[in-house]
Design a protein around this ligand. Structure first.
Ligand code: RBF
Ligand code: MG
Length: 312
């Protein structure tokens, strides 16, 4: 897949295209259905399937206290490639881009830049000042400038629309399993293993890799069954996301992962943590021994969870 950050990057590298534009935060099953449509129309019509997205997420530029994204751009690009896009154009999102007239965007990016023949957008997509660039607008432009326009219906799960907001709310509440049904995969947090307090192995008997991440949404605090991916292999694991109250609260929640069946030196290396199921809330225990016993139970439960999901 071609990864470009400007129209100039793409010049001469693609034929006429079938395009979708959006933020695609989470690349959830609704987005996946849309991208599959782009791919199928491209195959049928002999076009190049292209996704256009923005980095950072427009919310990060336009809103204060914007939540972290579900999928950082690097992960989004991997998913787009898996879904068969020939190219992804990641436009740097700035206030200038936000202020651009929707008609100028359509002409410069879609028509002159990508030679769009078909445009497919999500049920709620609109862009530009006052969300003027909605589906009707895009269709009117298409009739003038020579591309067909299609809008995807919302995808429903359990009688509600699948949306990035709904997934963020589920994750925040610790409902990672429900979130995974909307994502079409487990929510993943990528980070690097950093030095912890060293208490995990010395005092608790359960060594943990302390994961430092940024630019990705963390689920709510709690203990989880997780799958850790490390150097191309996956490991069943349990994770705690919390303040370690048994040892006196730390300042901000930390993510720690204990691998069930492996002992690895992971310090300084990239790791990813996939959240499979919530096990319990974090608690303050009266003693380290009680916490250790409880983690032993968490591990048993995690084994049962993996047995049931068939993941490992
Ligand atoms: N710390 C707590 O204070 N309360 C907990 O309920 C708790 N649960 C944990 C569950 C698991 C599976 C793991 C791996 C750790 C947990 N911890 C908990 C974190 C523990 O305090 C931490 O690993 C050590 O302090 C080492 O940093
Ligand atoms: Mg540790």
């Amino acid at each position: 897949m071609i990864r470009a950050t400007s129209i100039a990057d793409l010049s001469g590298r693609l034929g006429p295209s079938c395009v979708t534009v959006g933020n695609f935060d989470g690349v959830h099953i609704g987005h996946q259905r849309l991208l599959e449509r782009v791919r199928n129309r491209s195959l049928a019509m002999g076009l190049a399937p292209v996704a256009v997205t923005f980095d950072p997420h427009p919310r990060q530029v336009l809103a204060r206290n914007a939540p972290e994204p579900l999928t950082p751009t690097a992960e989004k690009l991997e998913l787009f490639a898996e879904l068969g896009m020939a190219a992804t154009l990641v436009l740097p999102f700035t206030r200038e881009l936000a202020a651009m007239e929707p008609s100028d965007f359509v002409k410069a990016v879609l028509v002159d830049g990508l030679r769009t023949r078909e445009l497919v957008v999500g049920y709620d997509w609109a862009f530009g000042k006052g969300r003027k660039g909605d589906f009707d607008f895009l269709c009117r432009m298409g009739r003038k400038l020579g591309y067909a326009c299609e809008q995807m219906a919302a995808v429903m799960v359990d009688d509600a629309v699948v949306s990035s907001t709904r997934i963020r709310d589920l994750l925040a509440a610790g409902h990672v399993w429900d979130a995974s049904k909307l994502l079409g995969r487990y929510h993943e947090v990528r980070g690097v293993v950093v030095k912890g307090f060293g208490r995990g192995s010395s005092r608790l008997g359960f060594p943990t890799a302390n994961v430092s991440s940024k630019g990705v949404l963390l689920p709510g605090r709690g203990v989880y069954a997780t799958i850790a991916a490390f150097k191309g292999k996956t490991y069943p694991s349990v994770a705690n996301l919390g303040l370690n109250p048994t040892f006196g609260d730390i300042e901000k929640p930390s993510l720690e992962v204990h691998l069930l069946d492996a002992k690895l030196d992971m310090l300084g290396s990239p790791i990813s943590v996939r959240f499979v199921q919530h096990i319990r809330e974090e608690q303050r225990f009266a003693s380290v021994e009680e916490l250790s016993r409880r983690i032993g139970m968490d591990i048993k439960l995690a084994h049962e969870i993996f047995e049931a999901t068939g993941d490992i």
